[in-house]
Design a protein around this ligand. Structure first.
Ligand code: GUN
Length: 318
């Protein structure tokens, strides 16, 4: 058997088509959704992520305001910048790209973002709303995983779902979303015993530990859905030789480029799973799509009421 490959591009395109309609309606009411993107320092991966997020804004007609403070920026300087962005009426969403440099108190900075503009869903108020099942802005990657399941017709209700990883950004919100969708959820982490046995019982596996190809094909139950959140950048030649020993094309591509992006799930899982998201080209595309969706939603909720857009009529999507 070979798994159905859940390509992120198809879901992203469908979400963008829906967002275009919402953005047109907002613009007709004089509102252009706006996203501020704060990129501190020179982290190469962060630069690529932020560039892709700004490109998505441009594609959709969302106003974007990039800010690039130097790596030496202090917590106070970032707090001032966020305070200014909180005040600006043309900014609906504030994205502070992580990781921040070590001298910065990341938690304080994230907590200073107005919850109304918390399009990353990282603020404790957003997390609290999610815990208690209230409407709010949900972290983009887990929200994207739920969109993949929903749009693929894969039912979470009653399913045994196993989440690998317990980060604040992915694992924890993912487990909550699956629980709210009536799945029976198990959260695994680095201290979990008998990991393969737990994964084997899962109907839905969400792998988000950040360990290249750690989830082995033998761990996957026949026909399970596997959502691979891993975005591991391989730059070490010895690691590439080891990982790609049986994948000569991938090894060649690595040698040409000097790096390779791999997920947390070994690609051999495609022979066992019922459905599988690829890396690259899977969940990552949805993360950006959900950031766009959260920005439009934040604009509608914060500014739409006054302008008489659908939010005013009480039909806002949660
Ligand atoms: N760093 C890695 N992933 C993310 C994300 O989704 N949002 C932000 N702000 N930073 C990140």
């Amino acid at each position: 058997m070979s798994a159905r490959i859940l390509q992120g591009s198809a879901f992203r395109d469908a979400i963008y088509a829906e967002l275009r309609g919402e953005i047109d309606a907002l613009r007709a009411a004089g509102i252009t959704p706006g996203l501020a993107a704060v990129l501190v320092g020179e982290n190469p991966a962060s630069k690529i992520y932020v560039r892709n997020k700004i490109a998505a804004c441009e594609q959709l007609g969302i106003f974007s305001a990039p800010f690039a403070p130097p790596a030496s920026t202090t917590t106070d300087e970032l707090l001032s910048l966020v305070a200014e962005l909180n005040r600006r009426d043309d900014i609906d969403g504030i994205l502070v790209q992580l990781p921040l440099p070590p001298q910065v108190d990341s938690k304080r900075v994230l907590e200073s973002v107005s919850p109304e503009k918390d399009v990353d869903g990282f603020h404790p108020v957003s997390l609290g709303r999610l815990v208690s099942g209230r409407a709010g802005l949900v972290a983009c990657t887990p929200a994207g995983c739920m969109e993949i399941l929903r749009r693929s017709g894969i039912r979470a209700e009653g399913a045994n779902a196993v989440v690998l990883g317990r980060s604040d950004i992915v694992g924890k919100p993912m487990a909550l979303l699956l629980m709210h969708a009536n799945a029976t959820v198990t959260i695994c982490h680095s201290k979990t015993r008998n990991l393969p046995e737990i994964v084997e019982r899962a109907d839905i596996v969400v792998a988000a530990m950040g360990r290249p190809w750690m989830v082995q094909p033998e761990w996957i139950g026949a026909g399970a859905t596997v959502i691979d959140v891993g975005t591991n950048q391989i730059t070490d030649a010895a690691e590439a030789e080891r990982l790609f020993a049986r994948y000569p094309e991938r090894l060649e591509a690595f040698k040409k480029k000097g790096s390779a992006l791999v997920g947390d799930v070994h690609p051999g899982a495609a022979e066992v799973a019922g459905a599988l998201t690829p890396v690259p080209g899977g969940v990552g595309l949805l993360t950006i799509a959900m950031l766009m969706s959260n920005t439009v939603k934040a604009a509608r909720l914060r500014r739409g009421r006054a302008a008489g857009t659908p939010a005013a009529a009480g039909v806002a999507r949660s």
